[in-house]
Design a protein around this ligand. Structure first.
Ligand code: CTP
Length: 427
């Protein structure tokens, strides 16, 4: 049997590799490591990349080698490691590495590295590689908040993003020492997911660079009292896949997450919400400055007319308390009808089972017209399909009458089709 390498989520990592190719044509990744304390986390990223079948060359900076030594990188990658352009000069590594890579990822990227990359400085092997790379480039900055926030760093990040470099937004949290704030390197697992998504479109540049997109994900909860709620089965996987794909394609992503059952991807601005009202406020707030809103969340359509401030007690006579519900606002329909600006592309999802009045597609077409959005992703959710699963099958319906069937596969595949359709609408 001809087994193709896959990662721990079953993604085929040889998407760029022709069938039958020898291991040397595994996706080539250059892992650049900058001089920050988070360099130790890059060891875990390296392991994930090599164990999932990638051919990784580690290129640390001289400062990175003060944190984690060359023997560690060499042992984990199975290759010699150099920070300089003066080793193996006959192989012209300062140009070859960037030219032959399928992906260059730098983790951690220091403020100094961002500045050099933005301005084309090339004084060591990593900066030469960044200058000559023709493939997607992912930079994962990590630094103290005081170094992330100044205009010089912000401008460098903006320059890089405008050029199509994926600059992963750092996490907030504990930094080196006692301080906390924005600047933490995201978890290696989340960074690995960004790399995998960036490699999913071999040979294609991040085409959403410079765009700001809003994705809602998960299912909202409507509280009856402080401990009980009405909810639904949405896990947030589809929205998280959409957000991850958009990050990998260079977009700035606001993820409005309602009770997510899965970890949010690296590099998003995460707004956590619980109820439909909170989801609506967060989506409308972010939409005014966004280029697209994708409503993958399942907002509860109804909420209790009154939520009790105290836990509702069981009645001694065994009777159930009366439950009176009111309808929640339809966020998608409201946003489509009252767009904050004309260029906003609005995408909805339709979770349908089909019924006596029509098939899944009939109902989805009617929903597209009713909600007034530009695209609607029609999902058949009957028989336990879709909810809580990593794979899906759908048809993307356009307000212009176009229909794009997406065969069964990982949710990341559907996510990329959605962004293709959104990008086409932007023109
Ligand atoms: N949606 C929304 N606000 C709501 C309910 C749904 O914005 N209050 C959005 C969802 O995020 C999704 C789309 O509308 O993108 C369709 O959701 P779906 O549950 O399929 O449809 P409903 O509007 O709830 O209609 P129905 O349950 O009657 O099929």
């Amino acid at each position: 049997m001809n087994e193709r390498p896959s990662d721990d989520q079953g993604h085929d990592v040889t998407a760029a590799t022709p069938p039958g190719a020898r291991p040397s044509s595994r996706p080539k990744v250059v892992l650049g490591v900058g001089g920050g304390i988070a360099a130790y986390k890059a060891c875990e990223l390296l392991r994930r990349l090599t164990e999932s079948g990638h051919d990784v060359t580690v290129v640390p900076t001289a400062s990175a080698l003060r944190f984690v030594g060359a023997p560690t990188w060499s042992a984990l990658s199975g290759k010699p490691v150099s920070a300089e352009v003066w080793d193996d000069v006959h192989e012209v590594p300062h140009v070859r590495l960037g030219q032959t890579a399928d992906l260059v990822v730098v983790a951690p990227a220091t403020a100094d590295l961002l500045a050099k990359a933005a301005h084309g400085l090339a004084d060591d092997l990593l900066t030469n590689t960044l200058l000559t790379a023709r493939c997607p480039v992912v930079l994962a900055p990590a630094m103290h908040t005081e170094m992330w926030e100044p205009p010089a760093t912000r401008d460098n990040v903006a320059i890089l993003r405008a050029r199509g470099t994926v600059v992963v937004e750092p996490d907030e949290g504990r930094l080196t020492g006692a301080d906390t704030g924005k600047g933490r390197l995201p978890d290696p697992a989340a960074l690995y997911a960004v790399c995998r998504d960036a490699l999913e479109r071999p040979g294609q540049q991040p085409d959403l660079a410079g765009r700001h997109v809003v994705v809602s994900a998960g299912g909202t909860r409507e509280y009856l009292d402080p401990v009980r709620f009405l909810g639904n089965r949405s896990s947030g996987r589809m929205g998280v896949a959409l957000a991850a794909a958009a990050v990998a394609r260079g977009a700035r992503v606001t993820l409005v997450g309602a009770n997510l059952e899965v970890a949010p991807p690296a590099g998003v601005d995460l707004v956590r919400v619980e109820t439909t009202a909170q989801l609506r406020d967060a989506v409308l707030d972010a939409a005014s400055a966004a280029d697209a809103v994708v409503m993958a969340a399942a907002p509860a359509d109804f909420r209790p007319a009154e939520a009790s401030g105290a836990k509702i007690k069981k009645a001694a006579d065994g009777s159930a308390p009366p439950l009176s519900l009111v309808q929640n606002p339809d966020i998608l329909a409201g946003l489509s009808a009252d767009r904050p600006h004309a260029g906003l592309v609005v995408v909805g999802f339709a979770a349908e089972t089909g019924d006596a009045t029509g098939s899944v597609l009939d109902l989805a077409r009617a929903k597209l017209a009713r909600k007034g959005c530009d695209l609607l992703v029609a999902n058949d959710v009957g028989d336990g399909k879709v909810f809580g699963r990593d794979d899906t099958e759908a048809v993307v319906l356009g307000a212009d009458g176009t229909e794009t069937p997406v065969p069964a596969g990982p949710k990341s595949g559907l996510a990329h089709v959605v962004w293709d359709r959104v990008a086409a609408l932007w023109g």
